[in-house]
Design a protein around this ligand. Structure first.
Ligand SMILES: O=C(CO)COP(=O)(O)O
Ligand SMILES: O=C[C@H](O)COP(=O)(O)O
Ligand SMILES: [Zn+2]
Ligand SMILES: [Zn+2]
Length: 359
């Protein structure tokens, strides 16, 4: 059993200057395909389940699936993370079901549609962090609302996403407020907003600095050099997968994601966790469509799932290699949740703010 905490993994990533993709899972096939890529590259892994994934697969199924993956791939440490928790109950029940890390997304209210006040965000994130740390689990907070700088809107097709028009102030995390937020909440990692959004339709053109604000990340990293930053909505929406889907009966209008080189740039500026779901969905769906079209006589689901898993494994290998995660698993010695709880209680894991901002 090689489950570790997000905090342990991201501390290691920061010390060794790499990033870790966090892949969303909902079923066994995704889990196996991601772990195969981790094994091939010797990478530690972050698996994350959304509220939708927990509803789809069930908490008991997810827990045993992750346990099984840990047993099948004993050399690849796994973080099991709640993606976009909307309240205390979501986060604490995840921990009860064996998740070693949770995201308390207080950038939105409990409905995951209404942008929340700063005060609400601080209070709920602080509360969840206190409870999670008491049992050694890690917490990711979010400051700033995900959404497009082109349209001022969040992705409509996703389960969580702000409704209505968002201002640039909401869409770009303020570095000074980020310092305040980390100090007040003691969260282990901070998701920031820089113009990315969930889903496939992030940008209408290859993004430049006007619509993907890497300088926001730089500004936050300058003030919070010791805080692990998280980029959501970080699928690259690769052209080859759009083409694969569209060549086999799909109809995805031309779109652009976050170029992998921009993520590599982010990793050099303190980004440690990179959330990727859409690319994984496209990889599998592309192959499902290809098999369905090329072999209309086929009805064995395994004949669809095997190429779909291979396509996903290929994508994950690429991200593990490009983010520097490859080869890192062997260097990590798991720290137990109890030991993490002890370290939090001792103050050893309290936020470290750069000297100029400590006053
Ligand atoms: O941020 C994500 C999950 O939290 C996923 O983002 P994508 O839709 O870009 O894959
Ligand atoms: O944050 C969004 C992830 O892509 C999860 O999406 P989901 O809620 O449809 O599972
Ligand atoms: Zn079990
Ligand atoms: Zn997200």
């Amino acid at each position: 059993m090689a489950l570790i905490t997000l905090r342990q993994l991201l501390d290691h990533a920061a010390e060794n200057s790499y990033g870790v993709p966090a892949f969303n899972i909902n079923n066994m096939e995704q889990g196996l395909a991601i772990m195969e890529a981790a094994k091939t590259t010797g990478a530690p892994v972050i698996l994350q389940a959304s509220r939708g994934a927990r509803k789809y697969a069930g908490d008991v199924m997810l827990r045993h699936m992750v346990e099984a993956l840990c047993e099948m791939y004993p050399d690849n440490h796994v973080v099991m993370h709640q993606d976009h928790g909307n309240n205390d109950a979501t986060c604490l029940s995840a921990i009860r079901h064996g998740f070693t890390s949770v995201m308390m997304d207080g950038s939105l209210e409990e409905d995951m549609k209404t942008p929340a006040s700063y005060e609400y965000n601080v209070e709920i994130t602080r509360r969840v962090t206190e409870a999670a740390h008491a049992v050694g689990a890690s917490v990711e907070g979010e400051l700033g609302v995900l959404g497009s700088l082109e349209t001022g809107e969040a992705a409509a097709e996703d389960g969580s996403g702000a409704e209505g028009k968002l201002s640039h102030d909401q869409l770009l995390t303020d570095p000074d407020q980020a310092v305040e937020f980390v100090l007040a909440t003691k969260c282990d990692a901070l998701a920031i907003a820089c113009g990315t959004s969930h889903g496939a339709y992030k940008f209408t053109r290859k993004p430049d600095g006007d619509i993907l604000s890497m300088k926001t990340i730089q500004g936050i990293h300058e003030k919070l050099p010791n805080t692990h930053l998280v980029m959501h909505g970080s699928s690259s929406v690769p052209q080859y997968l759009q083409d694969l889907i569209n060549a086999h009966g799909g109809h995805m209008p031309q779109t652009y994601g976050v170029p992998v080189e921009e993520i590599e740039h982010g990793i050099r500026m303190g980004v440690r966790k990179v959330n990727i779901d859409t690319d994984c969905r496209m990889a599998m769906t592309g192959q499902y469509r290809r098999i369905a079209q090329e072999k209309p006589e086929e009805f064995d689901p395994r004949k669809f799932n095997i190429p779909a898993m291979e396509e996903l494994t290929k994508l994950c290998i690429d991200r593990f290699e490009r983010f520097g995660t490859a080869g890192q698993a062997a260097k990590i010695r798991p720290i137990s949740l109890d030991e993490m709880a002890h370290r939090y209680a001792s103050g050893a894991l309290a936020p470290r703010i750069a000297a100029a901002h400590a006053a």
